[in-house]
Each structure stands twice: as C-alpha cells, then as structure tokens.
Design a protein around this ligand. Sequence first.
Ligand code: OSB
Ligand code: MG
Length: 325
Amino acid sequence: MMRSAKLYQYQLPMDSGVILRTQRLVNREGWIVELQDGDRTGYGEIAPLPEFSQETAEQAGEQAKALLTQWVAGEALALDNALPSVAFGLSMAELELQGGLPQAGNYTVAPLCAGDPDDLVIALNNMPGEKVAKIKVGMYEAVRDGMVANMFIDSIAGIRLRLDANRQWTPLKAQQFAKYVKPENRGGIAFLEEPCQTPADSLAFAQETGINIAWDETVRDEGFEVKAEPGVVAIVIKPTLVGSVQRCMELVKQAHEQGLTAVISSSMETSLGLNQLARFAEWQTPGVIPGLDTMQLFLSQLETPWPQCELPLKTLAELDVAWSK
Ligand SMILES: O=C(O)CCC(=O)c1ccccc1C(=O)O
Ligand SMILES: [Mg+2]
C-alpha cells in the first residue's frame, strides 16, 4: 500500500477574551490530517468554527475518517458533498501532497481591532507600506463607530480601513453610522463588510452613502453568485466555512472576472492552517492583504510557526493520533 492517512486531534487554549457571537471560545478544537503517498506528505486542518460552521468537530471528524478510508483504498477524494471544513482540510492536504501549494506566503496582516482603537493606531504606525486595518463595528453605538472611523482616517495618512459589521445593523443604524463619517472620509473606507441584516439592505446602504461594501456571510448563503453590483467592491473568502480549495479558487476567479477584490480570510485556524492560508492568499490573490490577524487570539501555536509570533509551539508529535489507516 502506497497511501496512508492520519488524523491528529487538537485542542488549543484561547485568549480569555475570545467571544464568538454569543459564546466564549475557551479552546479551539479540530483535526489535522496527514496524507502520505509514497515519500510525499501533505497536511490540512479541519476545524469547524462554533457559531459559524453548521457542522461540529465531531461530525467533521467522522466524515473525514470515511473519506480518508476511501482515499487510502486508492479512490479519489469525493469532496463535492462534503462538509465545508472537511472539504477544505482534505483538499488542502491533497494539494500540499501534490506539491501544488507554492511555498511563498503573504504574511502581511490587516491588523484587527476589536477593542481599544489606540492599540491599533500604534500597530499602524509601525506597519510598512500600504496601511490597511480591520475594525469590528456594530458592537457599540453606530455613532461611536462612525467617530472611530473618522479618527483613523483623519490621523493616519493613506489608511485603507476595512470595517466589519457582521450584519448587525438595521438600515436606520447603518444610516446613523454613515451620517457620522464625513463625506470626504468615505473613500478612506476600503470596504465595510455586511453592514445590514439582509444583502438587499446592505446594497441600498452602499448606493445611498457611497461607502463601498464587501460580502462575507453572503458568500456562504445558498445560491450565492459572484456579481458586480454598484457599491460592492470585494468578497471575503473564509475557506474553512466555504469548502474545498477548488471551490475557493473558483470564487477568486469569478471575483476577478467581475472586477471585484477577493480577500482570503481566517476562521481562526491554528498556525498550521493559517500558514497555509497565507500561502494560498499569496498564490491566488497576489497584492491583496489577507484577513489573517487571528494568531493573537490563541495562547499556543501548532507545528508551523507564524512569523514574529512568540507564543509557545506545540508539535504534532505531542498530539494524540485519533485515527490512522
Ligand atoms: O476577516 C478577518 O480579517 C479576520 C477574521 C474575522 O474577522 C473572522 C474570523 C472568524 C469568524 C468571523 C470573522 C468575521 O469576519 O467576523
Ligand atoms: Mg465578517
């Protein structure tokens, strides 16, 4: 037998402040798949994100074992109907095994601010080249969000802000936000992800305010098609939530054909998965800063170090092999 496969199970502690929608994420849990074919090896991460993925880690693990059993028997990986996290992890492992994922990565992150804006100003002043930052909005008063956006645009020359409302606003709240962003500052917002509860309201908001928007949640909605519409400039692709590497590449291609920016973004993968996303982003979306500033939410790295990250590194050898064939 040329082929073999392993599933490692991991559980990594998170920083105490990590809240996903309604719940605190104490530990990040998931699987690392190792594929072997002769002397070639490939890794992938399967890590459903609570509150965002439909599947649980347990369900993903069961499906991965079934698909890996077929693969080890010499069949192709059947990913068309697989759970998104499973399709992503297995396809990435296969791509790496085949030598198809280029080594070079884009490790320039868009610093993420979910807390004190002053911390972000310091990070930005230390950032070489294009200054891109991501700020979560929609958690406090819309008026405060508008003032924070103004503050950044007024105080950091050339800043390109990415704001993310995660569908928190009613049309009225979104209007209140826009009212506080000075008209001459609206161009400093590269895009605002998903301002409103429905895509239709978000589109109307973009067209009324001249603030560009991006789709994130909408990309994962049933029947989504990439299309150029007034006010829409980008789509955010979170592979763990979207599916296979091939599906992500198709979305990137469609976005580019429509003149939209595609932004590869994290679903809080460990440093192993995050490194692969940085490589995938450099390969598929060259010149676009990916949304990968999530290492800071962990208390430990896994196997592959993330550049400049000082967190302790756990190796795969320290993990339980939960399954192998
Ligand atoms: O997209 C990014 O820049 C970072 C990742 C991020 O924001 C995120 C990560 C996991 C789940 C949801 C989100 C989100 O877009 O709100
Ligand atoms: Mg988002």
